[in-house]
Design a protein around this ligand. Structure first.
Ligand code: NCD
Ligand code: ZN
Length: 351
C-alpha cells in the first residue's frame, strides 16, 4: 500500500511574488499557511530598491499575515544606479537576505532593471565581499534572440562570465527552465544554486497552445520543450543540494492575462506543494521531496531548517477554476495529494 500521509519538515519558498495592497491580502494566506519562510520578490510597481522600502514592505506583509507562523525574507531590486553602501546596509541590518537582478524589460515590472551588468560591478563586488547572494532572472532581452533561447544565451553572455569574475559571489539561478541551465548549475563552482518551479516541472511549451491559446500557462522564463522539462524533473528529484524549491508564484488578474498583450506569471501558491508531491511521486522520489522543499534552500542561505512540519495527504484535490479574480495553476484539474495542515515540531528526521 502506498503511503497515505507524508510528513515533511515545513518547507520554505525561496522565490515568490506576494504583490502589495489588496492583492497581497488576497494571496498571502496561500503561501503563509504552507511555507514557514519565503523570499519575497521586490518587483512591485514601484520596485523595492532601498532598505527602507524593504523594511516597510516587510511590515505590510507581517501586518497581513493574521496569525500564521510565517517569516518574509526581503530582497532589493538592483538598478543601474544601485549603491553598494545601501546593499551592505541591508545585509548588516538583517532586513535584506539577497539582491535581485532583473535584466531591464526581461519580465513583469522589470522596466527599472539593469541594462548592463557592467553598471552594477561595484555592487556585485560588495555583495561578494559581505556574502550577500545574488538572485538572477536569467534571460537576455535582446529582441534578436529567440524567446525560447533567452536563458541559454544568458548563460553564455552574462552568467558564466559573472560567476567567473566574482568567484566568491553566491548566485541563485532562478526558475531554471532548460537542460543547459541544469548542467551549468551542476558543473559550476561552489556557491551556485537554482530554484525550480512546480509549473516548469509539470508543463512544457505545448501547454500554451493546447486547443487554442492558453494565457494561464504563460510565464517567464517561458516553458520549453519536453526534453527540458524532463531534465528539470531529474534535477529536482536528484537530491542534489544545489536545486531547491522556489515556486515563482506570480499572481495576476485573469483579465490582465486574457488580453491582447497578456502578462507573464503563473499563480501557483494554492497548489504548489500538492504539485511538487505529485511530481516527486511520479518520479518515484517522494523520499527526496523533503531535501528539495525543506533542507537544501535553508542550507544554501545558512539558515536552520524549520522545527515544525507540514502534513500532506493522499486525497483528491480539485483545484478551483477561479480564486477571486485569478485563475490558479492547474485550474479545474485534480491532484492526488493535498496539504492536510501543519504538524507539530520535530527534532529528528521525519521521513
Ligand atoms: C513574474 C511576475 O509576474 O512578477 N512573472 C513571471 O512570469 N514569472 C516575474 C518573474 O519572476 O519573471
Ligand atoms: Zn519570479
Amino acid at each position: 500500500m502506498p503511503e497515505t500521509r507524508l510528513t515533511l519538515r515545513r518547507p520554505d519558498d525561496w522565490h515568490v511574488h506576494l504583490r502589495d495592497g489588496d492583492r497581497l491580502a488576497q494571496v498571502l494566506g496561500e503561501t503563509a499557511r504552507v511555507f514557514a519562510r519565503a523570499i519575497v520578490m521586490p518587483n512591485l510597481e514601484a520596485p523595492v530598491t532601498t532598505v527602507k522600502d524593504a523594511a516597510a514592505y516587510r511590515n505590510r506583509i507581517n501586518r497581513s499575515v493574521k496569525g500564521a507562523r510565517f517569516t518574509p525574507l526581503m530582497t532589493l531590486y538592483l538598478t543601474d544606479t544601485s549603491d553598494p553602501d545601501e546593499v551592505e546596509k541591508g545585509y548588516r541590518s538583517g532586513v535584506v537576505i539577497a539582491c535581485k537582478l532583473y535584466p531591464a524589460h526581461a519580465t513583469t515590472n522589470a522596466e527599472h532593471g539593469v541594462t548592463d551588468v557592467a553598471n552594477i560591478r561595484s555592487v556585485l563586488a560588495r555583495m561578494e565581499k559581505v556574502g550577500l547572494p545574488l538572485l538572477v532572472h536569467g534571460e537576455v532581452t535582446d529582441p534578436d534572440v529567440d524567446v525560447f533561447d533567452r536563458e541559454v544565451v544568458f548563460i553564455e553572455r552574462v552568467l558564466a562570465p559573472l560567476v567567473k569574475d566574482f568567484p566568491g559571489l553566491r548566485v541563485v539561478f532562478e526558475h531554471v527552465t532548460t537542460a543547459e541551465a541544469v548542467a551549468f548549475v551542476r558543473e559550476s563552482r561552489e556557491g551556485i544554486a537554482a530554484t525550480i518551479t512546480p509549473h516548469h516541472l509539470m508543463i512544457n511549451r505545448n501547454a500554451m497552445f493546447r486547443g487554442g491559446f492558453r494565457p494561464h500557462a504563460y510565464c517567464l522564463p517561458v516553458a520549453k520543450r519536453e526534453v527540458h522539462r524532463l531534465a528539470l524533473r531529474q534535477a529536482a528529484v536528484s537530491g542534489e543540494p544545489r536545486f531547491f524549491l522556489g515556486t515563482d508564484s506570480a499572481p495576476h488578474a485573469a483579465a490582465a492575462k486574457e488580453s491582447a498583450c497578456g502578462c507573464a506569471g503563473i499563480y501557483n501558491a494554492p497548489v504548489a506543494m500538492a504539485a511538487y508531491a505529485t511530481v516527486f511521486e511520479e518520479e518515484g522520489a517522494l523520499d527526496r521531496l523533503e531535501n528539495f522543499s525543506s533542507h537544501s534552500g535553508a542550507a544554501f542561505y545558512g539558515l536552520p531548517v524549520n522545527e515544525d512540519t507540514l502534513v500532506l495527504e493522499r486525497a483528491p484535490f480539485a483545484v478551483p477554476e477561479r480564486l477571486g479574480d485569478m485563475v490558479p495553476f492547474l485550474a479545474g484539474e485534480t491532484l492526488p495529494w493535498r496539504v492536510a495542515g501543519l504538524g507539530g515540531p520535530t527534532r529528528g528526521p521525519v521521513l
